[in-house]
Design a protein around this ligand. Sequence first.
Ligand SMILES: [Ca+2]
Ligand SMILES: [Ca+2]
Length: 306
Amino acid sequence: MPFVAAISSVAAMDNFDGVVANAVGEINGLRFWSIATGTTSASLIMSAFEASVTPGGADMMPAGTLVNSVGWTNPENLFDGNPGTEGGRLTQPDLAIGWIGRTFATPRTLAEIRLRSGSSGGNAPIAFIVHATKDGGTTWFPIQIYFPSAWAANETKTFSVPAIRAVTGTARADARFWRWSVVAPLVSGSLARLAEIEMRATIGGPDQCSGGAAFASSFDGGDNIPRLTDNNLTTNLQGTSANLRAGYAFPAKTNVGQAMIHASTFGGPRFLTLDWSVDFFTWTTALSPPDQVTWPDNTTRLFTVP
Ligand SMILES: [Ca+2]
Ligand SMILES: [Ca+2]
């Protein structure tokens, strides 16, 4: 049974469109993959992840086998039926790979998932993908991306699970996810400090980063991800090493013809790539700008995407 009677229902945002890959809706595993958490902390902490075959129905997740990415503390606490116990992925720098779920011995068609925040609403995801598997977890495919509103502490949100469809888009124009990957900062071992990123459809066009959520990995724990796209050049996200990733999850397919970075003090990246993905799994590089030999503080750079 769900933990609380009063739950907020959140409509599905945008299904991964494409042809129906498999008419059989039954799956034998489900997981969610946090893209970004709220504003008070980058750590992902939840107290429950439930799923049911009917809206409001019995929770099927405890019957399954736990599967999760590395870095989790007490992952079983999301499936123990106890809203007072929390599990989390506290090692923030790789939050973008923070996924968790269950696989089932018996395939089933799921209609609804329910997530419950922990003692801090800011540690719940403001953007996440739900993945399903039909082969017991060997391969996963995304079935929906969600952008819930901000969470209260100990709040359960309900999300409908769409009919199982598969991502079929393979072209850049099908991408919902775009990111900058900092390959190396200006000075080896130093910081890259990104105040703002923009993804424009055309050269000189308006920024398209709205309606979805920014995401990032390998950044300092004191930072928060929404600073990347808050249209405020005085708020930034800084990475302590190479492999800082900073991107945006769009609610619909989005092509990018020009991308922007505004670097604040400590400069910007020296080597970087702009990558896109249709599913948040597999990334393709769209642009590898030349060596940014210098990048003065508080400077905007624009890059045309071929
Ligand atoms: Ca729990
Ligand atoms: Ca900012």
